[in-house]
Ligand binder design. Structure first.
Ligand code: PRP
Ligand code: ADE
Length: 176
């Protein structure tokens, strides 16, 4: 069997209109996750796109966790969880952010990293960038070096990846 080509891979992501609110075109990756070859090709490409050594992969709840853990194994990195506020059991630091469809707060354990560790940020999708930029602020507040972020999907019209680049983070996505 052959690794799926770019269009085949992109076709595994479906768009559901008006979820969770009218006007939102929701990019649904559950169909990509269900496809063994598609999932493997996605992880391979994200690993190949990683430049430089990383100590930790920071995954953003909930869909970002899946890709963070899968990338961490071949990259020989640990996984740092960035969760919705109130979910982590230990002492946390938090950041507020605006979402394409709401307002939220994310948190991480205050002792999750040692200052100076290199962290790769991973999520399934970047839209406005509110979530990813809050995650970068949070990680940097804890002393992390955050120079790269990887996403499966970028919605470039919403400007999130460009805003992340302006924050000094190399932002890569498999699909726009
Ligand atoms: C989605 C997505 C990103 C974020 C992107 O998560 O997984 O984390 O929105 O949007 P932004 O760039 O405009 O901030 P969501 O908050 O829906 O959470 P979930 O993964 O737990 O469903
Ligand atoms: N998160 C923010 N915007 C999204 C979208 N359009 N599809 C899936 N997840 C999202």
């Amino acid at each position: 069997t052959h690794a799926p080509m770019n269009d085949d891979l992109k076709a595994l992501i479906r768009t559901i209109p008006d979820f969770p609110k009218p006007g939102i075109q929701f990019r649904d990756i559950t169909t990509l996750l269900l496809d063994p070859a598609g999932l493997a090709a996605t992880i391979d490409r994200m690993v190949a796109a990683t430049t430089g050594p990383v100590d930790l992969i920071a995954g953003i709840e909930a869909r970002g966790f899946l890709f963070a853990a899968a990338l961490a194994v071949p990259l020989k990195a640990g996984v740092l969880l960035i969760r919705k506020d109130g979910k982590l059991p230990g002492a946390t630091i938090a950041e507020d952010y605006a979402l394409e469809y709401g307002q939220d707060r994310i948190a991480m354990h205050e002792d999750a990293l040692v200052p100076g560790q290199r962290v790769l940020l991973v999520d399934d999708l970047i839209a406005t960038g509110g979530t990813a930029r809050a995650a970068v602020r949070l990680l940097r507040k804890a002393g992390a070096i955050v120079e790269q972020a990887q996403f499966v999907i970028d919605l470039p019209d919403l400007g999130g990846a460009d805003a992340l680049r302006a924050d000094g983070v190399q932002a890569d996505a498999l699909f726009a």
